[in-house]
Write a new protein. Sequence first.
Length: 464
Amino acid sequence: MLKKEFLWGGAVAANQCEGAYDEDGKGLSIMDIITAGSQDAPRQVTLEIKDDCYYPNHEAIDFYHHYQEDIELFAQMGFKCFRTSIAWTRIFPHGDEDEPNEAGLAFYDRLFKALKAKGIEPVVTISHYEMPLDLVKKYGGWSNRRLIDFYTKYASVLFHRYKGIVRYWMTFNEINSTVKITMIAGVLIKPGENQKQIAYQALHHQFVASSKAVQLAHEIDPDNKVGCMVMTTVGYPQTSHPLDALAAQEYLRDGTLFFCDVQCRGYYPGYFQNYHIELDITDDDLKNLKAGTVDYIGFSYYSSQVVSHLDGGEKVKGNIVDGLKNPYLQASEWGWQIDPDGLKYLMRILYERYQLPLFIVENGLGYDDQINENGEIIDDYRIDYMRAHIQAMKDIVEQEGIDLMGYTAWGPIDIVSAGTGEMKKRYGMIYVDKDNEGHGSLKRMKKKSFDWYRQVILSNGEIL
Ligand code: BG6
């Protein structure tokens, strides 16, 4: 059995659902100047808002004005928790002000109050891909050490304001994405620059900022639990060739575990020297990393890949990282290979390595749902995906005693895809009437998976 207080729920990011991108004093974030894209056409960063471009995050699903109705639906599904992020630019519109924006703080007061009224615990990501654009333009984003202070101040405002209301925090969403897509960390690499060097320096600043936030959170309220959040990259060796096994081991270690190593253990692992990067690390940084290790490991898991030590092979897409095709697995329409066993594989490694509580804070299937002639969405494919992953998670918790805090399905209500900017890449148990071009009534509608997930939560995972 899963524990009684298991945190079932759903997860979103402010920038992918809230909309209201310029309301109540909100400043522009990096996500406000990113256009829509598709599988084949990457999203573009325009640096300012252009009249001839479409920016899907500007309105998103207008959660900012619909949150009460949406929370009512989450409550009907029996959510115990709801993971969202705070839009940094609602609190510090430019990122470097002295005083926070009261209207932004007040919005989250209302949001958390509405959740609490329904018995839903807020789980908050402090930064989920949406840093203030001015910090990008004026300071070069996280490549600049000054960002540590701006972030720490922002985090401190949140810990004080939501003391006793929010207990579960995560410092940076998928912190490992910083080295893959530096734009996420507000770092726009110029031609000729050493991307790897700059990216890892930006990451180092985030590690330090995260460790300082963990310490602050504990000082301000000892009941606070602060996690890291990593995107997981499971890769199986393509053959029994020992070099494939080593390549797969490094794929997981360098893509996922390195980021946990620093945040859970509080220091850079020995193998970091093989990255051949000279970082600017102060003594104070080292002290902070040590003193600010996380309380739990939050992670996203969607798919797995295959890894070879040789070049070539049929490539497949995944969540930010790519890999090779696995002939034993099916893939989603977006090419993400579906692998519930990979979740077991990963949870074992994470738990055995760190012995810290785990929290699955993202998992789900992106699908272009269609409304049938009866006006319903029969998303059995989503139910199958979730059932298999929840079963895998349950098995490993029950059979191996892994300490798992909860499971939050990604995008329980349809939101804008982070990767492609599409609306049609839907994860929700709740459908939102809006298309890729921004047309639609924004009306919410339950899919078949809505009742299914309600039953899962009601039975604490016993009825799948
Ligand atoms: C994770 C992110 O990478 O995956 C989310 O934390 C994102 O922001 C999710 O939405 C699913 O990816 P996508 O590209 O399908 O939206």
